[in-house]
Design a protein around this ligand. Structure first.
Ligand code: ATP
Ligand code: MG
Length: 143
């Protein structure tokens, strides 16, 4: 599913000369959920990783699984956020004020949708970010 989303974004990734590294574990366990919504979740996180990077984005996607959960991490080396800013990013319409420095457009809805879908799949989403260093979003879903 992740590979298919990445394929569908090839033009967008190329346009920004994105360096994308995939470490996808072969996960044989089954997840219960909605395939289209889960694809949209991955899409939104990759879209953000591209948008909130300056110059050529460097993105890594890793998956891992345990007996009870699968884990998806999407890491970028973009503009990052302060801890204070990360507290609000899942709120509807919230966008970190970046002034004119990064003229990227959006509604502030993507992450609210992402969190909603992951919650409905009984999962969790976490964010770890450092200003000017980069950001990791981690999704944990029950098998
Ligand atoms: P859209 O509705 O088109 O997704 P958006 O990208 O602005 O618009 P969200 O995806 O909800 O909205 O993200 C909310 C805000 O969180 C963004 O505006 C940005 O400030 C911050 N943000 C999200 N992802 C990242 C990231 N990978 N690196 C740095 N900041 C991020
Ligand atoms: Mg977004």
């Amino acid at each position: 599913l992740i590979a298919a989303v990445v394929d569908s974004m090839s033009l967008q990734l190329q346009k920004r000369d994105t360096q994308l590294t995939l470490h996808l574990d072969a996960i044989t366990d089954e997840l219960e959920g909605d395939e289209l919504h889960l694809s949209n979740v991955i899409y939104n996180l990759i879209d953000n990783a591209i948008k909130y990077s300056v110059n050529e984005p460097k993105i890594t996607i890793e998956t891992a699984s345990s007996f009870s959960h699968i884990n998806i991490k999407i890491t970028d080396e973009g503009i990052g956020m302060t801890r204070e800013q990360t507290k609000r990013i899942f709120d509807q319409f919230y966008r970190v004020p970046t002034g004119n420095l990064h003229n990227v457009k959006g509604f502030g809805l993507g992450l609210n949708y992402v969190q909603d879908i992951i919650t409905q799949m009984h999962g969790k989403i976490k964010v770890n970010s450092e200003k000017d260093k980069g950001t990791t979003f981690e999704i944990i879903l029950p098998i």
